[in-house]
Design a protein around this ligand. Structure first.
Ligand code: PGA
Length: 261
């Protein structure tokens, strides 16, 4: 069975104090859930991924040191392992600190930093080489959806960014479908729209690789997913969880999303 995952992308938010407070609040909720049991007792929580800003990476790793079901990652990596690239952070550095995942190709990186699929392919390969699991983001813009090009756009992004890899490599990647028009706008994709695209992506994986791999790969939905709509989205067959932005900044909301399976 494929992994259920709820991931929080904190983006460029929170002071150090706020970040640690949020992490500790979340930790308390997880402890309470695991201690008190209930229908989601012990290990039945989905896997949780947190993507704080780089500067809080070691703090969060410390807070969640013995939590097997929770991993810490970064929102971006540079496409080289080391060298004269002032201001950048490499996957090797992240891995050596205990980070395990990295977002790749979030639409904000594509938009504000001009990251294209060729560059993202390089980052994905380097992340894997250094033992980081990439969460590869794809998704169409509003005009693309309105003109019926959304399937084509997503297929192209995956083809250039992921599908050139061998099955053994690509099988380690988590895919996040994030329609750009839904990110931070409060305009969530409907559960049917999400399911339709997720099923399409799964079929692409089956065509490119195998049914077995398509069955195994986790595909997350992102874009204004919140405590109110998460359950409906996660109930869809091909939606394996969420990549949560705004709602991951409040422990209560994020934990309600975690409990939405
Ligand atoms: P949002 O962001 O939940 O605030 O829409 C999602 C994302 O950008 O990953």
């Amino acid at each position: 069975m494929r992994k259920k995952i709820v991931a929080g992308n904190w983006k460029m938010n929170l002071s150090a104090e706020e970040a640690m407070a949020l992490a500790n609040e979340l930790k308390q909720k997880i402890d309470h859930q695991l201690d008190t049991g209930g229908p989601r007792q012990n290990g039945a929580l989905p896997r949780i991924l947190l993507f704080p800003p780089y500067v809080y990476l070691s703090g969060l790793i410390e807070v969640f040191r013995n939590y097997e079901g929770l991993s810490i990652g970064v929102q971006n990596i540079y496409q080289e392992e080391k060298g004269a690239y002032t201001g950048e952070v490499s996957p090797l550095m992240v891995r050596s600190m205990g980070g395990t995942h990295t977002l790749i190709g979030h639409s904000e990186r594509r938009m504000h930093f001009n990251e294209d699929d060729e560059l993202l392919a390089k980052k994905t390969a380097l992340a894997l080489k250094n033992g980081l699991i990439p969460v590869y983001c794809c998704g169409e813009m509003l005009p693309e959806r309105e003109t019926g090009k959304h399937f084509q756009v997503v297929a192209e992004q995956l083809k250039k960014g992921v599908f050139w890899m061998k099955e053994e490599e690509a099988g380690n990647i988590i895919i996040a479908y994030e329609p750009v028009w839904a990110i931070g706008t409060g305009q969530t994709a409907s559960p049917d729209q999400a399911q339709e695209m997720h099923a399409y992506i799964r079929q692409l994986i089956a065509d490119q690789y195998s049914n077995k791999m398509a069955d195994r790969m986790t595909i997350l939905y992102g874009g204004s997913c919140n405590a109110k709509n998460a359950a409906e989205l996660f109930a869809k067959e091909d939606v394996d969880g969420g990549l949560i932005g705004g709602a991951s900044l409040k422990a209560d909301d994020f934990f309600r999303i975690i409990q939405s399976f």
